[in-house]
Design a protein around this ligand. Structure first.
Ligand SMILES: CC(C)(COP(=O)(O)OP(=O)(O)OC[C@H]1O[C@@H](n2cnc3c(N)ncnc32)[C@H](O)[C@@H]1OP(=O)(O)O)[C@@H](O)C(=O)NCCC(=O)NCCS
Length: 177
């Protein structure tokens, strides 16, 4: 799978029931840290994300065009126009381990550099969140340091910080053909 296999698009109202449905997946909740279990509350939250997104957050739906299904979302966050924080989620958990996370993260970098025109994208992941750290390394982001403490699946951990600038991304050959 390569990054062109997944498509990023703006969120739509019909995504709200799909995302809120992922709240019924215990493993997904534990990995993402979602604490709300009421489907009505989750539905309300996601509808608001579509209709009135928080300032400074660009949240894009990740779609697998081969099956026409919503498989996740990607965030580019921050009020600084030249710099954004990358986040990515794949759901529900039965979709993990098939390369979708890496593909979504790559699409997120491309969207940030190409569509938003940012100069630098950074990210952080808990060291204990192996999949996330592997993805950030694999997409060419450079490890820049160690952040504060955090907890992942009940284990004490700490954040590993990553960054990539436009020139490094371009040099990596990640520009579209
Ligand atoms: C992190 C997440 C996006 C990974 O999605 P995914 O579709 O499973 O990712 P991939 O299939 O592309 O796997 C990425 C790498 O992690 C590895 N991996 C996947 N699940 C793993 C696990 N449970 N334990 C260890 N490694 C794992 C894969 O083998 C792969 O490594 P490789 O490329 O070196 O072979 C997904 O688990 C998720 O949405 N988690 C909750 C939200 C989250 O943590 N987001 C990241 C915040 S920065």
């Amino acid at each position: 799978m390569n990054r062109t296999s997944l498509r990023l698009r703006p969120l739509r109202c019909e995504d709200a029931p799909v995302f809120s449905g992922w709240g019924g997946d215990r493993s997904f909740r534990q990995h993402t840290g979602w604490t709300v279990t009421s489907s009505a509350a989750l539905y309300g939250f996601w509808l608001q994300q579509v209709e009135d997104p928080p300032a400074g957050l660009v949240r894009m739906a990740v779609e697998d065009p081969t099956v026409g299904e919503l498989v996740g979302y990607v965030d580019l966050h921050g009020s600084d126009l030249g710099e954004k924080e990358l986040g990515f989620v794949i759901g529900p958990s039965h979709r993990w381990g098939q390369g979708l996370g890496r593909c979504a993260a790559e699409a997120g970098l491309a969207y940030g550099f190409e569509a938003l025109g940012v100069e630098r994208i950074w990210a952080e992941a808990l060291a204990a969140n192996t999949a996330s750290v592997r993805i950030l390394r694999a997409i060419g982001m450079e490890e820049t340091g160690r952040g504060g403490p955090g907890e992942f699946l009940g284990r004490e951990s700490y954040y590993v910080q990553f960054s990539i600038c436009r020139s490094a991304w371009t040099d990596d050959g990640d520009m579209p053909s």
